[in-house]
Unconditional design. Structure first.
Length: 571
């Protein structure tokens, strides 16, 4: 038990003693607290509980929830070097009945800055949330309450560290203390689940805070996020090479142009998995056979359709080939060719956010790089949404800036944003912890190739790594969700089964969201299912597959030509 935790529990014990009228010298047992009593908990360790109240069962938008105790608080409130007030905000929801004795840390998103309701977002599950499943759920604002997409917190060094890793570390310990106070015992198991920046937090937790978590689920993780921010600037520079004067990426790349590429990928690769069903399951095999130049017609005139101009091809080849330094050295991962690029989510992030005439990768990525990841902070003018900053960025200088430190910013962005030693997860392994990484192969923000590279490096470092870490690719899924894909699946019970019952993940059934516009546009039935397979396996149709809408006709193939049994897929 660390010192701060001991102080925290001592502080609670004194409260409990006063409430119980105890006056003798016997240390009181930690009697379960009432919800309201938690307001007085542990103020001595920099923790301030600002509210604690009973919430009856109800509904909040799409989320329903059981009766619970909702606790809000702050940790380490302080004034930053920029004169702003900072604190690590958190929200903890404690179910009253059918408590599963488990903690669920709900990861954040983007540049954080908001306290999302801690219902326990399951990201890809068709319905429900962790709170309904009996978990105590906690969330954090990442150490700054500035609101969505306000990146000025990057001017304060500690706020950078809180966003990178410290908020997760601090909030986890406090949440466990509050749980112990409320229920009279610590959680039996602790899980971290997040997507995007929350997936990055999950990867960081697997490395920095493996002693705190039993199961970790990282979805479309912003692994190497500062490098991804360089790639976002690279993408903008590439897209604009195909733009006429006055045009933006959305003008240079109308939806039909991207659809032409997606259709060509599909035409070339759909059958590689044994069935032309509109899904390329053999993503790796597709990279070996698809050629942009040869497989997509080059437009012969301004009115040609289902084709790309030479300039458009050059830009897309640059993007999918990965960001490069002036020397030609890779600055970020490649992106796989995948028909999911025709999805609305791909366009939203990569080409046109819709609510503004720029991609979200510009609207979010420029500010994150210019204020949070560069040292010293570039502090660009973002009045134009970040377009000019990305277009004018010297990528060589920016690549140096994300690994730079100075007298004020003593940890570089790559140090505070990424797992310290991502291919050495000995703490997680030795305590029996498990990590599942899920990545959509048409994620336009963080490349699934980056997750594949990490996983292959992990296996190279530790041949037994699959016994505690597994990667699942979701063909054609966009960022966290969406795309023409079977992107509805429930990975939490898979992780629970692995952690608590020792059942290694096998094929995981996935289905479609019948309201997903990318599915509706393709006329897929709402009953379509496919197995998600542990990497490097992928779903392959059996030779006798007669019903393309039955996921049972697919099996996980290791890529060696032999359909894998479940046991083989687990290895
Ligand atoms: Ca197929």
């Amino acid at each position: 038990m660390n010192i701060s935790r001991r102080i925290a529990l001592a502080g609670w014990s004194l409260l409990a003693a006063a409430a119980n009228g105890c006056t003798d010298d016997e240390p009181p047992s930690p009697a379960p607290a009432t919800c309201e009593d938690l307001v007085g908990w542990a103020s001595s360790e920099g923790v301030s509980i600002t509210s604690a109240s009973e919430v009856p069962a109800g509904v909040d938008g799409a989320q329903s929830f059981p009766a619970h105790c909702a606790v809000s608080g702050e940790i380490d409130a302080r004034q930053g070097v920029d004169g702003q007030r900072y604190a690590i905000g958190f929200e903890l929801r404690l179910p009253r009945d059918e408590y599963a004795e488990r903690l669920f840390f709900q990861g954040g998103g983007g540049t954080d800055g908001v306290l999302n309701p801690a219902y326990g977002d399951l990201v890809n599950a068709a319905q429900g949330n962790a709170l309904l499943r009996g978990y105590a759920v906690v969330s954090t604002d990442g150490g700054h309450a500035t609101g969505v997409m306000d990146v000025r917190f990057g001017l304060d060094p500690q706020a950078r560290l809180d966003y990178g890793y410290n908020a997760v570390g601090r909030v986890t310990v406090v949440a466990k203390g509050l749980i112990e106070a409320f229920y009279g015992k610590a959680p039996r198991r602790s899980y971290f689940v997040g997507c995007s920046n929350g997936g990055r937090q999950a990867m960081v937790a697997a490395s920095r805070f493996a002693d705190q978590f039993d199961g970790i689920l990282a979805i479309d993780p912003g692994f190497n996020l500062p490098k991804a921010a360089l790639a976002q600037a690279w993408d903008t520079q590439q897209l604009m090479t195909a733009a006429a004067p006055g045009q933006l990426p959305r003008d240079a790349f109308p939806a039909a142009a991207i659809t032409a590429v997606a259709d060509a990928v599909l035409s070339r690769c759909d059958g590689l998995d044994g069935l032309a069903d509109g899904i390329v399951h053999d993503t790796a095999g597709c990279q070996d056979v698809f050629e942009l130049d040869a497989d997509v017609p080059t437009c012969s005139g301004p009115d040609a359709t289902a084709c790309l101009s030479t300039a458009q091809k050059g830009a897309l080849a640059g993007i999918f080939g990965g960001a490069k330094a002036g020397s030609g050295e890779s600055l970020y991962a490649t992106f796989p060719w995948d028909p999911g690029i025709a999805g609305g989510g791909w366009r939203f992030w990569k080409i046109d956010a819709g609510f503004a005439p720029l991609p979200l990768n510009t609207l979010v990525g420029a500010g994150a790089l210019g204020y949070v990841f560069s040292t010293p902070p570039d502090q660009p003018d973002l009045a134009d949404g970040g377009l000019a900053y990305q277009l004018g960025l010297d990528l060589d200088a920016a690549a140096a800036s994300i690994v730079a430190t100075d007298g004020l910013f003593t940890e570089s962005a790559m140090e505070f944003m990424t797992p310290p030693d991502p291919t050495r997860l000995a703490t997680l392994k030795d305590r029996g912890g498990k990590l599942i990484v899920v990545h959509g192969s048409a994620d336009p923000v963080f490349s699934s190739d980056d997750s594949v590279a990490w996983y292959r490096a992990l296996l190279a470092e530790d041949a037994a790594a699959a016994s505690y870490a597994q990667l699942f690719l979701v063909p054609q899924m966009n960022h966290c969700e969406g795309g023409p894909a079977t992107e509805r699946f429930d990975m939490l019970p898979v992780l629970e089964g692995w952690v608590e019952d020792g059942v290694a993940p096998g094929p995981v059934e996935s289905g479609v969201d019948p309201a997903n516009p990318d599915v509706l546009a393709r006329g897929w039935p709402s009953t379509r299912t496919r197995p998600l397979c542990p990497y490097p396996a992928y779903a392959r149709a059996s030779a006798s597959a007669a019903d393309s809408e039955d996921g049972g006709t697919f099996a996980c193939d290791t890529g060696a030509g032999e359909p894998a049994t479940t046991a083989e897929a687990r290895r």
